[in-house]
Design a protein around this ligand. Structure first.
Ligand code: Z5A
Length: 206
């Protein structure tokens, strides 16, 4: 089984992905947690390129780099683990490319990008996708707090609020188009409330 978490940066999806991993691990389940872009030596190198704020990357090249990192991760880690019957939790998967590079950067339409992603993932597809939805302004406030504490903005985070509005809109369109796979949660709820809502859905889904 493959479960993915999606949302704009600062939405709280990594917090929820980690909480689901903890709950499942606590039950003795075999879990592979992966974060995109990254998760293999090659994909982590590509991640460094993609997030480096000193680089200017042409949008189509950006889409290919995210896809290359994913192809490596799928073939090296996700496919073998999935084939053994383990549960894979993905902190972002191909929907991020459709939302960010498709909706945000307009590199190609959603249909073209989805077909391309099916090719590069060899058909490996999430069974359930949790979209943590949050207004762009709220997500930005959370990130500002984080930046002032210990981090600086990466290359993707330097895009303006209009970009993130387009990304959010594309995510909501994807979810509306595929309600069987997508489960949308309101990211402005507390971390505990979201964890319980996702856990209840996941238990039913199982
Ligand atoms: N990207 C792309 O363009 N195309 C692709 O195909 C892929 C990715 C795969 C990866 O960045 C960037 O690449 C990302 C998308 C793009 N860029 N942007 N912009 P990353 O891996 O470094 O980070 P991320 O995945 O975007 O997000 P993140 O840093 O992991 O944050 P998050 O998952 O959205 O949220 P969080 O870390 O769980 O929480 C953020 C803060 O909010 C934190 O301080 C929490 O304590 C707080 N938080 C969390 N939940 C709550 C609730 N419920 N209430 C209040 N506060 C909360």
């Amino acid at each position: 089984m493959i479960i993915s978490f999606e949302g704009i940066d600062g939405s709280g999806k990594s917090t929820q992905a980690n909480r689901l991993v903890e709950r499942l691990s606590g039950q003795g389940k075999e879990i592979l947690y992966v974060r995109e872009p990254g998760g293999t030596a090659v994909s982590e190198r590509i991640r460094d390129l993609l997030l480096d704020p000193s680089l200017t990357i042409y949008p189509f090249a950006e889409m290919l780099l995210f896809s290359a990192a994913r192809a490596q991760l799928v073939h090296e880690k996700i496919k073998p683990f999935h084939a053994r019957g383990g549960i894979v939790i993905c902190d972002r998967f191909f929907d991020s490319t459709v939302a960010y590079q498709g909706g945000g950067r307009s590199v190609a339409d959603a249909k073209w990008l989805e077909d391309f992603q099916r090719t590069i993932t060899a058909g490996v597809w999430p069974d359930r996708t949790y979209l943590v939805d949050l207004p762009v302004s709220t997500a930005a406030q959370r990130l500002t707090a984080r930046f002032s504490e210990h981090e600086t903005a990466d290359r993707m985070e330097l895009a303006g609020p209009e970009f993130f509005e387009r990304v959010r809109t594309t995510y909501l369109q994807l979810a509306a188009k595929d309600p069987t796979r997508y489960f949308v949660v309101d990211g402005s709820k507390s971390e505990d409330a979201l964890e319980n809502q996702i856990w209840n859905d996941f238990s039913t889904f199982l």
